[in-house]
Design a protein around this ligand. Structure first.
Ligand code: AMP
Length: 215
């Protein structure tokens, strides 16, 4: 089955994605992670994506949907995937629903993480990520055991370039303008569950897992 983790930047999508994907037995597909990987590898797509990411804007829909289409054609995606950070515009959700329908697929569940803006700004200011494996931390709430070193792979733990205050404000504006309207489309096409995303990581994780379909 396909599932979507939905919510504004900093709502915890990346934090909960691995355990949700494992519980549903499907791979985790995060468009932001794929763009960052291209950026790190210096591909043409990475260069293009950077010019939008650095401004807190969305990478154009055609580029993003082509990227997702090729990911969905990989063999491990045959039983569905968990989307994180996609769809992020009405054009993207309409494309996705069409792509799935043409193949007899659908979206089984959408987990919509609810977090107020004030909390998001605080969270993102302290957010840190591993350059090696992408593991996420928080400077205060969830620091790595050794400052600046990833617990999982030993890589460098740093602040994401687009987590600076000015770009975060732009990303939140982009979310309100382009991504929030996606929810209405999803509510008409899939089972959307609103989950309170405020609280400790384990408490929110338990709430998220409680709404996942069984079996
Ligand atoms: P994220 O890691 O999900 O916060 O994404 C980081 C940045 O990558 C976003 O601010 C966008 O510039 C870009 N991005 C990620 N996913 C998408 C998407 N579905 N559509 C367009 N741009 C995206």
């Amino acid at each position: 089955m396909n599932a979507v983790l939905f919510g504004p930047p900093g709502s915890g999508k990346g934090t909960h994605a691995k355990s949700v994907a494992a519980a549903l037995g499907i791979p985790h597909v995060a468009t932001g992670d794929i763009f960052r990987r291209h950026l790190k590898e210096g591909t043409a797509l990475g260069q293009l994506a950077r010019s939008y990411m650095d401004k807190g804007q969305l990478v154009p829909d055609s580029v993003t949907c082509d990227l997702v289409a090729s990911r969905l054609e990989e063999p491990d995606a045959g039983g569905g995937v968990l989307f994180d950070g996609f769809p992020r515009s009405v054009a993207q959700v309409e494309w996705l629903l069409g792509w799935l329908a043409a193949r007899g697929g659908s979206i089984g569940v959408v987990v919509n993480l609810l977090v107020p803006d004030a909390e998001i700004v605080q969270r993102i200011a302290g957010r840190r990520a591993c350059l090696g494996c992408g593991a996420t931390y928080h400077a205060r709430a969830n620091p790595p055991a050794l400052a600046g070193r990833c617990d999982r792979c030993g890589g460098d733990v740093v602040q994401r370039a687009d987590d600076g205050e000015e770009i975060v404000r732009e990303r939140l504006a982009t979310y309100a303008r382009e991504t929030a309207p996606v929810l209405a489309v999803l509510r008409g096409a899939a089972h959307v569950v609103d989950v309170d995303g405020v609280g400790g990581i384990e408490a929110v994780q338990a709430r998220v897992h409680a709404v996942l379909p069984r079996g």
